[in-house]
Design a binder for this molecule. Structure first.
Ligand code: GCV
Length: 649
């Protein structure tokens, strides 16, 4: 029996699945063939569209055929149109579900003219969102760590939500953009959350049940110390037989509760989380122990490579946090089990607005890799600023892809919560949607994805609205970059919550995030010749390109080099003038975007318009604060006046 399409509570935004997005299916004769739970979902979706817009599910003379020919797990489908009939065929329900949403995306175009039969298949098998959601509200990090969209979609009042309709609706949105896996709790696993693995697995099973009809597998973050914390053992040593048995038993019980469970996500030896180092074991030993427990059931362990010393001495110039992941993991390449996936942040630091692509990603050819992006905008405006990350992610995913992708999976830290707009800032929905679509096709043009999102979210939008949305989103990442930390140097944020400027906020701290500005210059020397040697972690040609300030791209110059303020960039400007100019420009761009948004008041729903307008006020205030702090700081350090005589404090 198929469940009906999830119903949103009053006031919850339909995001990219408003009823109107299904209009093109209306009035059609639709034939559905095949069986299985996901075919049932497609059935419910098609029935709902017919009920709303006319049309019928029929057994002959269809205009749309949705056919599943078997019950395999493939996510591929073929789509074509001939003689007035559009046909979607898949070898199982999963493929059919994605084919159905493809038709929704095409809208009226799916039913026009002829269309050659074409196969569509995701480039990456796992397209996962990690939720940094706590079950119990954490005294410092709250319900959702780095969450800017209200509370958790899964957890409230210290337990799984009783009403799972919103979770089902979330699953539906995710399926419609191609996401197929979700980790439901924070990688920093606190006491209550640790128990999700054992006596509280039933709550996870309820969430998994709500996500399953939309083809989404549920994963769980677990603590490496679980055998001690939950199992009363004296050790969590991955080579200890008792520990291995404990994990095997715990995992067997997880699969009794959730037969299609995806697996574990682990943050070990990182920012205070326990890990194998305590026992003198390697991260391959740790990951492989969990992989062995999961293997009989087809599960996977996602083992995070975010391992570095967060208790560094700022006086120690030899240690470079950027080097850490590569130094820890490259020696282990080839030692990880086949179902252990190393999950690598896209940059070597921590989701800054500009970082080079992590050299680890192309250095692990004998290890399964997932690249981790951050949809939640921890360092990119915290969903108070418009910052559409599509172009940045696209650059990351294309880097080094000449001979095929060097990774198998894509993960993002989710930006969704129980906020009525899902993402706090209504325009941040575009980040979530774009992530899903890029995970399906990493070489897709991000601009095309943005247009797709606009088309679905604002069906029938007048040209003025579509143009306005494009203009405020398209360049917003570069705008954000302009008014924040310059030329790839990173951080300069307020410590702790990471919102707003504090140039020296992390300069003398133990976190390894320094810019080394003095009266003569700024930036981190990461060259092989005179610096930390980080540039040497890249393969050719990048090791050479990054090694010298002459060949290093401007936007990464201060990530790789310490240069004088008078250093002339490829743009022809000096570093100091670049800093002043970009900070004035960035604020002007926000002022312009705010005006564009204001001009759209008559064509956007009032609540949505007001929410974005209110956030633009804050973005502008904050951008001005960034501009004035950064410009004043560098003027005071360097003594070099702005060549254009603008106000600097
Ligand atoms: C979940 C950064 C964030 C932390 C986060 C960590 C991680 O350091 O500030 O909140 O912890 O990354 O990715 O594990």
């Amino acid at each position: 029996m198929s469940l009906p399409v999830p119903v949103l509570s009053e006031g919850v935004d339909p995001a990219w699945l408003p009823e109107e997005a299904f209009r093109a299916l209306g009035g059609r004769r639709i034939l559905i063939r095949g069986s299985g739970p996901l075919v049932e979902t497609v059935h419910a979706e098609a029935a709902e569209a017919c009920a709303r817009f006319g049309g019928a599910l029929v057994s002959k003379d269809p205009e749309l055929v949705l056919e599943s020919t078997g019950d395999d797990e493939s996510e591929a489908f073929t789509l074509g149109r001939r003689d007035g009939r559009t046909t979607v065929t898949a070898s199982g329900g999963r493929g059919l579900l994605y084919g159905f949403f493809h038709v929704v995306r095409l809208g009226a175009a799916a039913f026009e003219g002829e269309r050659q039969l074409r196969e569509h298949r995701p480039a990456l098998a796992v397209r996962m969102l990690d939720h940094w959601d706590n079950v119990a509200v954490h005294p410092v990090m709250g319900q959702v760590e780095r969450g800017y969209a209200g509370g958790s979609l899964f957890w409230a009042d210290g337990r799984a939500r009783g009403d799972l309709e919103r979770v089902r609706a979330y699953g539906r949105l995710l399926a419609a953009c191609g996401i197929n896996a979700v980790a439901v709790n924070n990688v920093n696993v606190h006491a209550a959350e640790a128990r999700l693995l054992t006596d509280r697995i039933g709550e996870v099973a309820d969430i998994a049940g709500a996500l399953r009809p939309y083809g989404i597998r549920t994963h769980l973050s677990v603590t490496f110390a679980a055998p001690m914390v939950l199992g009363g053992r004296e050790t969590a040593d991955p080579l200890d037989d008792g520990v291995r048995e404990w994990w095997a038993g715990a995992t067997a019980r997880v699969y009794e509760a959730i037969p299609d469970f995806g697996g574990y996500v682990v943050k070990a030896d990182s920012e205070g989380q326990p890990g194998p180092f305590a026992y003198g074991r390697s991260h391959a030993d740790g990951a492989n122990m969990l992989a062995a427990a999961l293997r009989p059931y087809g599960g996977t362990v996602h083992w995070r490579a975010f391992v570095y010393d967060h208790r560094q001495d700022w006086r120690d110039r030899a240690t470079d946090r950027a080097r850490a992941a590569y130094d820890h993991f490259v020696p282990l390449d080839g030692e990880f089990a086949a179902n252990a996936v190393l999950q690598v942040k896209h940059g070597p630091m921590d989701f800054q607005v500009r970082e080079p692509v992590s050299p680890l990603i192309s250095a692990m050819s004998h290890t399964a890799l997932a690249v981790e992006l951050q949809a939640t905008q921890e360092y990119t405006g915290q969903q108070r600023h418009v910052c559409w990350l599509g172009p940045m992610w696209s650059e990351v995913l294309r880097f080094g892809a000449r001979d095929g992708l060097p990774f198998e999976e894509l993960v993002a830290v989710s930006n969704a919560g129980d906020d009525p707009f899902w993402t706090g800032h209504p325009l941040a929905q575009a980040n979530l949607y774009t992530f899903g679509r890029l995970a399906w096709r990493p070489d897709a043009d991000p601009g095309g994805i943005l247009d797709e999102w606009i088309g679905l979210t604002f069906p029938g939008a007048p040209g003025r609205l579509a143009d306005g949305l494009r203009s405020v989103l398209d360049g917003s990442w570069r705008t954000y970059e302009k008014y924040t930390a310059p030329l790839g140097v990173g951080f300069m944020v307020q410590p702790g919550h990471h919102y707003g400027p504090s140039v020296d906020g992390y300069e003398y701290s133990p976190w390894g995030t320094y810019h080394f500005a003095d009266r003569d210059g700024v930036g981190v020397d990461r060259s092989r010749a005179t610096g930390t040697g980080y540039a040497g972690q890249y393969a050719k040609p990048w090791a050479e390109v990054y090694e010298s300030p002459e060949s290093c791209p401007d936007e990464l110059l201060l990530f790789f080099h310490h240069v004088p303020y008078g250093h002339v960039l490829k743009s022809g400007r000096t570093v100091i003038q670049h800093i002043y100019d970009t900070h004035f420009e960035g604020v002007e761009e926000v002022e312009r975007a705010r005006k564009v948004w204001a001009s759209l008041a008559d064509v956007v729903a009032p609540e949505r318009h007001a929410r974005v307008a209110e956030r633009y006020e804050e973005q502008l205030r904050s951008a001005r604060e960034w501009r004035d702090q950064i410009n004043s700081y560098f003027f005071r350090k360097s003594g070099v006046p702005d060549g254009r005589g603008r106000t600097i404090y």
